[in-house]
Write a protein that binds this ligand. Structure first.
Ligand code: SF4
Ligand code: NI
Ligand code: NI
Length: 708
């Protein structure tokens, strides 16, 4: 059979199965039965992205299958093959959605099946920063389980997100390898149709970040080809169905690498690599993926894939806990003469002198010197410690300042990992990332309890207090410049964040100080200085200089932007926002929800549904993506009255922002404990009940002018 015939035959086979499955489902449940995937605003995301039609019932699914059939032309042209590939993918999506009827949970550990919109939004920032340089789709069974593990680990060590389909899932499980989204190794499912769940991620990325219009198939494929760095590794033996799916992947711009001897190759698209140990190199080359290498001399792996790893109590060798004993982490600028570069000192017991399972003190001071170093950069560098230490395989870090918590696993300890290696990691990472400002770096790690106490209370806490005072004095009025951030343009080509002291980037990861440091480190990089000399309208925060900058950095896509309004010329969103806020008409207020909250809001929409209303670098009055820390800001939709418009938030978010929000409400309006007036899901998710609650509490939004 030729390659074309193989694709057509695989496509026909899957189509037949799909038709049978849909008919059987209709017979069983009736044509009006609802079909959907959980936690997505895009119904059947692939079908919606390709056609622009939202399928919601079995009857509509059957109609959709008729549309799929029209893609299945049988001319011997390349385009017919690609379209048959796409048709195969859509059929796979139909088969998969049937598994979810009646809220069923068809996938069990370790498999994930369908991935929520929130997962895609979370991937936004690491994908644009290159922290996740690519997405691998591994399909079938490797020749041996050792080869399967070696391949997966090779990608993991590069930070590449790995999805697994078919036999390889059992192979890595048998070899005892841990998998999960937090380790960037995601088993999707054992049926080949489950591969659609990663295709669905790529296509939703185009809708969420790229502002691609659903149904605009040409631009959809252009987007995935240019901006989604995915590729497929398909193990022999390939059957017709896998080849047909592969044609779909190639249509989206994802090369397929296989060890199937005799396959008819297509340059740059279908590549034969008989040696599985070379899959990694061949794939990266085919997709043009570059890997940043940080070589650190420690006995365990160091890669961003380990950032989300959790160490359970039973797997832990030792622990450090700032909430119980004296701990601190600190960056201190010093004179170059006071520092010996790459010197790492441990003062107090090493990890092998600590009892198994014990809780200990730790304080590490990273001293840095450099001509361009500024004390404003200290907290910027310090905040990265969390990522750095978490990237160590078998080490877990949470918290910051004097409240950090670290666990070292038994596996890491047995591999020879010691506290001095934390010093190595901090040293190498700081030198690597901040080379433009740090010329010399030295690390002192204290574990002696008395020394930790001294460092914490006499050195670290006073420094933190000083910094907090500095931060408090940083207002939009007190600085001369703002910064642009266009990091997310890799996915949202026209999106620009304007970052000010009182309005951080919507991803929550870029504060004004971060942007300033980024600009200093890389003057031609994503963060550029924006002057603010020509104010047009103080009320909504509009400046001629800001507009000019936004026009320039969005390549003309955006004309005017305000800093403080959600209704008039609001800032755009890319897609990776931590929170979204939207108008609640009954109370004259706004509802905010965050990515972690999966439940309903009084707007009748969940986070993914609300989030789908904005994004892709387009202005959408009435909806705004923003960072969590923006909620307590005096500039939060100041033009519409400010934070007193906030009528509802998920409880967890409310608790997270309470202290700052209450303080701001007190300062601006003289209201005590403002958060007590704000609804949450335990109080109401229905607008009428919410208004009743707000009325009872005398919430100020009720007395404000309507926003629309
Ligand atoms: Fe993306 Fe804006 Fe965050 Fe920059 S500040 S990374 S553009 S969301
Ligand atoms: Ni880790
Ligand atoms: Ni973004």
């Amino acid at each position: 059979m030729t390659l074309f015939e193989t694709v057509f035959s695989g496509n026909d086979a899957v189509y037949g199965l799909t038709e049978g499955a849909i008919n059987a489902a209709i017979e069983q449940h009736g044509a009006d039965k609802a079909v959907s995937f959980p936690n997505t605003a895009y119904c059947l995301p692939c079908y919606y992205a390709v056609t622009g039609v939202k399928v919601k019932t079995l009857g509509e699914l059957k109609e959709a299958l008729g549309v799929v059939k029209t893609l299945m032309t049988r001319e011997m042209r390349l385009n017919d093959v690609f379209m048959s590939g796409v048709a195969t993918a859509l059929c796979a999506e139909f088969i998969e959605v049937l598994k979810y009827i009646d809220g069923a949970e068809p996938y069990t550990e370790p498999c994930y099946g369908h991935l929520a919109d929130a997962v895609i939004r979370e991937l936004g920032v690491p994908l644009v920063t290159g922290d996740i340089p690519g997405v691998a789709v591994i399909l079938g069974s490797a020749p041996t389980k050792e080869e399967a593990v070696a391949l997966v680990k090779s990608y993991q060590a590069q930070g590449i997100l790995v999805t697994l389909v078919g036999g390889v899932i059992d192979q890595v499980a048998e070899a005892g390898m841990k998998t999960g989204a937090n380790l960037r190794v995601i088993p999707l499912g054992k049926d080949v149709t489950s591969v659609i769940h990663v295709v669905s991620v790529a296509l939703r990325a185009a809708l969420i970040f790229g502002n691609v219009t659903p149904g605009d198939a040409a631009n959809l494929m252009k987007y995935t080809f240019e901006r989604v760095p995915a590729f497929v590794n398909a193990f022999a033996p390939l059957d017709d169905v896998i080849v047909a799916c592969g044609a779909g992947a190639i249509a989206l711009g994802f090369p397929v690498i296989t060890n199937q001897e005799g396959v008819s190759t297509v340059p740059k698209s279908l590549i034969l690599q008989p040696d599985v140990s070379k899959f990694n190199a061949t794939s990266l080359e085919a997709r043009d993926i570059k890997i940043k290498i940080t070589n650190i001399d420690i006995p365990v792996a160091f890669a961003s894939a380990f950032e989300g790893e959790i160490i359970r109590r039973g797997d832990m060798q030792v622990e450090f806990d700032g909430s119980r004993v004296d701990c601190a982490e600190l960056v201190q600028s010093a004179e170059a003469t006071e520092i010996e570069d790459h010197k790492i000192t441990v003062i107090g017991p090493e990890a092998d002198e600590m009892e198994l399972g014990s809780k200990n003190s730790i304080a590490y001071v990273v001293k840095v010197a450099g001509k361009n170093m500024q004390s404003d950069f200290e907290p910027v560098i310090e905040r990265k410690f969390h990522n750095y230490i978490n990237c160590i395989e078998g080490v877990y870090h949470t918290g910051q300042r004097d409240m950090q918590r670290i666990r070292i696993s038994k596996d890491a300890f047995n591999a020879g990992f010691r506290l001095k290696h934390i010093g190595e990691v901090l040293y190498a990472s700081v030198k690597n990332e901040f080379d433009a400002v740090v010329d010399k770096c030295e690390v002192v790690i204290y574990t002696d309890p008395a020394e930790c106490k001294r460092i914490r209370h006499e050195v670290a806490v006073p420094t933190f207090n000083k910094r907090d005072d500095r931060l408090k004095s940083l207002t939009d009025e007190s600085v001369d410049v703002y910064y642009s951030c266009i990091l997310c343009q890799a996915f949202s080509p026209s999106h620009v964040c304007v970052v000010t002291p009182e309005r951080l980037g919507l991803c929550g990861a870029v504060s004004w100080l971060d942007a300033k440091a980024t600009n200093e480190l890389d003057p031609n990089g994503p963060c550029q200085v924006i002057t603010k000399e020509k104010c047009i309208d103080e009320r909504i925060g509009e400046y001629e200089d800001v507009n000019e900058a936004v026009r320039k950095f969005s390549q003309g896509a955006l004309e005017e932007v305000s800093l403080y309004s959600i209704m008039e010329k609001p800032m755009t969103s890319c897609g990776c926002f931590e929170c979204i806020c939207g108008i609640e008409p009954f109370s004259n207020g706004v509802v905010i929800t965050n990515r972690e909250y999966a439940g309903m809001t009084p707007l009748g929409m969940t986070f993914p549904e609300l989030a789908s209303m904005t994004g892709g670098g387009v202005q959408t009055p009435g909806f705004m993506g923003h960072g969590k820390h923006f909620i307590g800001s005096k500039k939060f939709m100041k033009a519409e009255g400010g934070i007193e418009r906030i009528v509802w938030m998920p409880k967890e978010l409310k608790e997270f922002v309470a202290e700052r929000l209450n303080q701001t409400a007190k300062e601006l309006y003289g209201i005590d404990n403002f958060t007590d007036m704000v609804g949450d899901e335990t109080i109401a998710t229905d607008p009428e009940e919410l208004v009743a609650f707000l009325t009872e509490k005398g919430h100020p939004a009720l007395g404000l002018d309507p926003m629309m």
